[in-house]
Design a protein around this ligand. Structure first.
Ligand SMILES: Nc1ncnc2c1ncn2[C@@H]1O[C@H](COP(=O)(O)OP(=O)(O)OP(=O)(O)O)[C@@H](O)[C@H]1O
Ligand SMILES: [Mg+2]
Length: 212
């Protein structure tokens, strides 16, 4: 499958939303190491709202699926992370193409990174969600001519996983964890973990679509 239409994108985002609700405890556990232990609760609240917003709707344009997702996250998560995760998905609504293919995926991630940097003032290496997004985006950038969106999403998720592992040797410079300084070393960033899970879920759900 080379690309996804709006309804297919909505389907894989709905699958992801259910999985992110289930990831609540795991992400709280991560956030207990270097944060206040509520990242999973915030993410689960956000994606429960995404599930509701997407359920039973049909979409003409895949951009509208991203917009609905981003707005639901912003509204329901609240706080700084609501803005950051909302911004990530809103970036996908700015695409110009008709179908969601490798090139659109690449644009989405690049724009998402840019917008998150602008909103939150963090850079790669500051031990944030950006450290999962940047290597994910770098993988996709090398595959924009691919005619297999499932493959590209899988490579994207692999990049994010490597990014999460790399956050262990970073000192947090943004968000709540920055107050820990060097004590944040040796722990994965919870936001990078949730971004990795999202990309893994999208890759798996896309594969499942292909085999059905
Ligand atoms: N300025 C920023 N830019 C990019 N990402 C950020 C920034 N601040 C925080 N993050 C990401 O958001 C995640 C959650 O941040 P933080 O723990 O500060 O939020 P919180 O206010 O406790 O909210 P949450 O309820 O999500 O835990 C971090 O793990 C990090 O990946
Ligand atoms: Mg927190």
């Amino acid at each position: 499958m080379k690309s996804l239409n709006a309804d297919q994108l909505a389907q894989i985002l709905e699958v992801n939303a259910s999985r992110m609700v289930e990831a609540r405890e795991m992400l709280n556990e991560k956030d207990r190491e270097i944060g206040d232990g509520d990242h999973g609760t915030t993410i689960a609240r956000g994606f429960a709202s995404v599930k509701e917003a997407l359920a039973g709707q049909t979409f003409q344009r895949f951009q509208d699926v991203f917009k609905t997702t981003g707005m639901a996250l912003m509204r329901s998560m609240g706080g700084a992370s609501g803005v950051l995760y909302g911004t990530l998905f809103m970036a996908g609504s700015k695409e110009k193409t008709d179908r969601f293919d490798a090139r659109a995926l690449s644009h989405w991630l690049e724009l998402g990174i840019e917008d998150i940097e602008q909103r939150g003032g963090a850079k790669t290496g500051d031990k944030t969600m950006l450290d999962a997004l940047a290597p994910a985006s770098a993988r996709v950038r090398q595959m924009t001519d691919s005619d297999d969106i499932g493959n590209v999403l899988t490579a994207c998720a692999d990049g994010a996983r490597e990014g999460v592992e790399a956050t262990r040797s970073m000192i947090a410079r943004k968000g709540r964890a920055h107050t820990l300084g060097e004590q944040s070393l040796g722990h994965e960033d919870p936001g990078a973990c949730s971004v990795m899970l999202i990309l893994q879920n999208l890759a798996q759900a896309c594969r499942a679509l292909e085999t059905n």
